[in-house]
Design a protein around this ligand. Sequence first.
Ligand SMILES: Cc1cc2nc3c(=O)[nH]c(=O)nc-3n(C[C@H](O)[C@H](O)[C@H](O)COP(=O)(O)OP(=O)(O)OC[C@H]3O[C@@H](n4cnc5c(N)ncnc54)[C@H](O)[C@@H]3O)c2cc1C
Length: 474
Amino acid sequence: MKNDIAIIWFRQDLRLSDNPALTAAARHAHVLPLYILDDHNGGEHTIGAASKWWLHYSLKSLNTSLNESLSLYQGEPMAILTDILSRYQVTAVYWNRCYEPWQITRDKHIKARLSALGITVNSFNASLQHEPWTILKNDNTPYQIFTPYYRRANLLDTDTQALPAPGITGALCQDSQSISLEALKLRPKIRWDGNFYPCWTPGEAGAQSSLDQFLAHGLENYQAGRDFPGLKAVSRLSPHLHFGEISPRQINQALLSLPDDNNREHFKRELSWREFSYYLLFHWPELPEKNLKTHFTHFAWSDNPESLKRWQQGLTGYPLVDAGMRELWQTGFMHNRVRMICASFLVKNLLIDWRLGARWFWQCLVDADLASNSASWQWVAGCGTDASPYFRIFNPITQGEKFDPQGTYIKHFLPELKNLPLKYLFRPWQAPADILKKANITLGQDYPLPMVDIKESRENALAAYHQIKHLSHS
Ligand SMILES: Cc1cc2nc3c(=O)[nH]c(=O)nc-3n(C[C@H](O)[C@H](O)[C@H](O)COP(=O)(O)OP(=O)(O)OC[C@H]3O[C@@H](n4cnc5c(N)ncnc54)[C@H](O)[C@@H]3O)c2cc1C
């Protein structure tokens, strides 16, 4: 039996380079790399359907990089680790830290149990520039607002020296009791994932190539272009970052070789919004469930499953919202500007609880991330610590005119509207009958009539907010 075996437990760090836990584990004579699909501890926050698809291919890619030595398991991690320890002479366990509240609780427990068994446990930071507890206000309380948090973060040193992938091929061993990737059943039985394949390349190489492409062709227009969903001006790195196929440190290192201009600064700022989301989740672990502005507890949400379904299916009658919801369903992604507009429409024009929207995103997004998703929904709904003011309600018509001026994005995801002149593309119900006929559109049949009046629903939202506003000071 081999002795001095180190376990490297991969979680949201599915890469070999700049992986501090792997680099440390590689100092042992033998390394057992493993991944556990933990469907036991996460409750409602267990990985969603589209993310499972991503995970399947990311694990496949990682396994290839590890010479087919990745051991796979499903279930309760402590029980699985205990079983491995009973069969191998493991001396140490390595992992990179995760920050979702249920993961923190689980990992603390596992660390204590393993330490009691005489196993060394070493954990590292592999996914944040600054861990949440390292940035506090002068009075030692956490920041609630992004800008002062960002200012303080910028005063701290940021490590930009990424680690190379360690040479571990000779040290790798695999557990004979590993299950197969197929046995994890991560891909859907009903194949709704057909459109995902041309859009994405999960895995470390795919992440690096997305970064290279963005730096070569997207970054130069990032500041001006990032709000235009029809342009290729954003990085689409979010699922790669979520699964840890690339680290913020690697991105920052790559950015160093580029001109220090507004585009670079703006991109770094957006990366810090991700950090800030993790920060909020760490300091307010109730973020996914509870309104951080507590007076929203009294908000009169509408219980309307039929409206929720129309929103989910992209059948609201507002083309920009519908294009976004169809992009989400078809590709597992939605452009950030459109995420804000679709979320605002649900919460403010339909008065549906933001948590129902967040749950739908959780199932549909390949980048579904408990921190960023929860923080962003609370931001749009107006109930987060650093939220957009409630009265700022996105108008899907004017937003479309401004950010999809040629209708490129809308026509791509709503081909039924492709012959409608631009003048009516954002408000098809105002098109005269002969124009609709010429465009081959019968409203209510080929494309829905608007499910609510935008002006009236806006006023209803403001009235609903008025009911709870005064409670914020009580
Ligand atoms: C309602 C709503 C839900 C969201 N849910 C998620 C989610 O589940 N997972 C997720 O990663 N992002 C989420 N976001 C944030 C943002 O929309 C995505 O991170 C972004 O669209 C990803 O595209 P990109 O990689 O091309 O971004 P880029 O513009 O290229 O930005 C680079 C990176 O910065 C980070 N980032 C950018 N904007 C934000 C932001 N506003 N908040 C947090 N991080 C940001 C992401 O990691 C992103 O990959 C949500 C936003 C909204 C409004």
